[in-house]
Design a protein around this ligand. Structure first.
Ligand code: NAD
Ligand code: ZN
Length: 348
């Protein structure tokens, strides 16, 4: 990111490795819709000469003196979120907010991201995860952000056995949210989306009903299909600030919304007063960024290894060579109808 609305290549010095850190070279990289919000919506403010990217798998090329778990040659998942684990926020259970709100989101935000020849990883033992043999790097790259973020959506919404769940937005994040909700025990799962590729993957991940926002207000459609009762949980993985309005309207009293959507513009979100029980409806909103951490990341990798989560179904476009990162980013920006997720492989 050279500046707002502007991307290109730049030369930077090779990052240096502190005692707890690692330096990684990329094997597979993927752009995120968040990179698009950051550059073309200015969603986190202006940034100059910032390396984009926070999704990828790589090979460790150097480790600091105090790193115990990883060594050069290891294939690792680089999580999008790389907190400071000694911070008070991490100790209070909110690693992602280490050092201040969203402070654990460093790559392509407060420090250079992963679209580079060499990538600096802070607190390598706590933040990296070994990529198991049996997961190809391209699929592994979906473990940086898509799998943990989507699955976190179902945690934020608190999905329980037998819950009826609606997932709004079935891009790659929402599709992973569908899978997460199914694994946590959803009964009827309403997935909101229209693109044929996404609809097909949503069904394969366990969606029972597909809802099109082109066919009228979402809450009316959900209320129609649930005898006027609504759903227990809503996971928001697409849309805008007004999506909270429809989500509150389709939610049962006592229900919860898990938001993992990155709200790129506007100042306020909309909550309808009456449908929110005039303030007393016990309809909760949890919005969050995934926590990161080696333990979580290695567990999620086991879900992929055991076949319970198959993020390879997200990959619709493949490129070879670091120089094609730019094409992948532009594809993510333009969002052709057949796109779910592009991935770039790098061979040495
Ligand atoms: P995407 O654009 O591929 O998918 C979003 C989907 O929502 C699309 O299919 C779109 O058609 C649909 N949509 C748009 N408007 C809608 C509406 N009004 N109602 C219903 N559906 C609507 O994006 P993605 O890559 O899946 O990412 C989803 C969001 O998650 C983005 O905002 C991204 O920045 C964010 N994100 C958050 C985190 C996190 O940690 N919280 C991590 C990664 C991505
Ligand atoms: Zn992301």
């Amino acid at each position: 990111m050279l500046g707002l609305d502007k991307t290109g290549w730049i030369e930077k010095p090779r990052p240096t490795c502190g005692p707890l850190d690692a330096i990684v070279r990329p094997l597979a990289l993927a752009p995120c819709t968040s990179d698009i919000h950051t550059v073309w919506e200015g969603a986190i403010g202006d940034r100059h000469n910032l390396v984009l990217g926070h999704e990828g798998v790589g090979e460790v090329v150097e480790v600091g003196d105090m790193v115990k778990v990883f060594k050069p040659g290891d294939r690792v998942i680089m999580p999008a979120i790389t907190p400071d684990w000694g911070s008070l926020e991490a100790q209070s259970g909110y690693s992602v907010h280490s050092g201040g709100m969203l402070g654990g989101w460093k790559f392509s935000n407060s420090k250079d991201g992963v679209f580079a020849e060499f990538i600096h990883i802070n607190e390598a033992d706590a933040n990296l995860a070994l990529l198991p043999d049996g997961i190809e790097p391209e699929t592994g790259a979906m473990l940086s952000d898509m799998v943990p973020t989507g699955l976190h959506g179902s945690e934020l919404a608190g999905v329980k056995y037998g819950d009826d769940v609606c997932v709004i937005g079935i891009g790659p994040v929402g599709l992973m949210a569908v899978r997460g909700a199914v694994l946590r025990g959803a009964a009827n799962l309403f997935a909101v989306g229209t693109r044929p590729n996404c609809v097909q993957v949503a069904r394969s991940f366990g969606a029972t009903d597909i809802i099109s926002y082109k066919e009228g207000p979402l809450h009316d459609q959900i209320l129609d299909r649930t005898n006027g009762k609504g759903v227990d949980r809503v996971i928001i993985a697409g849309g805008d600030n007004d999506t909270f309005d429809t989500a509150i309207r389709m939610l049962k009293p006592g229900g919860a919304i898990g938001n993992i959507n990155y709200l790129g513009s506007g100042d306020y979100i909309k909550i309808p007063r009456e449908a929110w029980g005039v303030g007393m409806g016990h309809k909760t909103i949890h919005g969050g960024l995934m926590p990161g951490g080696r333990l979580r990341m290695e567990k999620l990798a086991q879900l992929v290894l055991t076949g319970r989560v198959d993020p390879s179904q997200l990959i619709t476009h493949r490129f070879e060579g670091l120089e094609h990162v730019e094409d992948a980013v532009m594809l993510m920006k333009d969002k052709p109808a057949d796109l779910i997720k592009p991935v770039v492989s790098i061979r040495y």
